[in-house]
Design a protein around this ligand. Sequence first.
Ligand code: KIV
Length: 274
Amino acid sequence: MSTVTAEAAREHRVTIRTLASRKRKAKPFTMLTAYDYTFARLFDEAGIDVLLVGDSLGNVVQGEATTLPVTLDEVVYHTRMVSRGVRRSLLVGDMPFGSYQVSPEDAVRSAIRLVKEGGAHAVKLEGGKHVAAAIERIVAAEIPVMGHVGLTPQAVHRMGGFRVQGRGEARERVLADARAVEAAGAFAVVLEGVPVDLAHEITAALSIPTIGIGAGRGCDAQVLVMHDMLGLSDWTPSFVKQYANLGALASQAARAFADDVVNGKFPGDEHGYE
Ligand code: KIV
């Protein structure tokens, strides 16, 4: 009985082949960020296709202003936790700033850590033409790579802030970056903070799936940061749809607990041991 269940689960596992087939069939897929076991389990059970242990953990878990301080050790640690909650979803570990820029050899070493120690099925890195050699080297080590072009948060200082990319003359650069990522062997590419019509054009031009965030509905898939869509962030970007307000629920619960303790209502007799 348990063998049959395990086999059925394996059959339905999302792989990079599943995502390629979704693009061919024009069936959108989903990606959410996750940083721990509990949310990984919930999102996996909810049928989210891809779980990304994003370096956005620097913002939403650590409270940093940018993703730049996040270390490879930290992403490995969170990826390991998420991997324990994953049964069906494809698990992608994000490569943090400094873990792939120095050389393609460094990049492949970092990617191997995410797979070997973190349990990731694939890795993601930011950039276009400049990271093509790193992508090729990681793919040559049999690790699937997801690209990320447009607004790339690790380039915040080069961009002069978190701004939409690909308007005017920059349009050709973002398109060329997306093509370079595909040519280097990536299996999918995140399009972040680009105009809707450009995201549409890139999606039509590439044979690999595009995954949009703040890029409109013309992409093959959509991704959101879990804290934003669950109402847990202290600030929510305008492109986000908030599907729950867990932040308000958590504060309400904490206040109710504090009131009960102060007023002698908790613990009751039923909450103690004889
Ligand atoms: O780090 C992250 O969460 C990301 C997503 C926004 C795609 O890169």
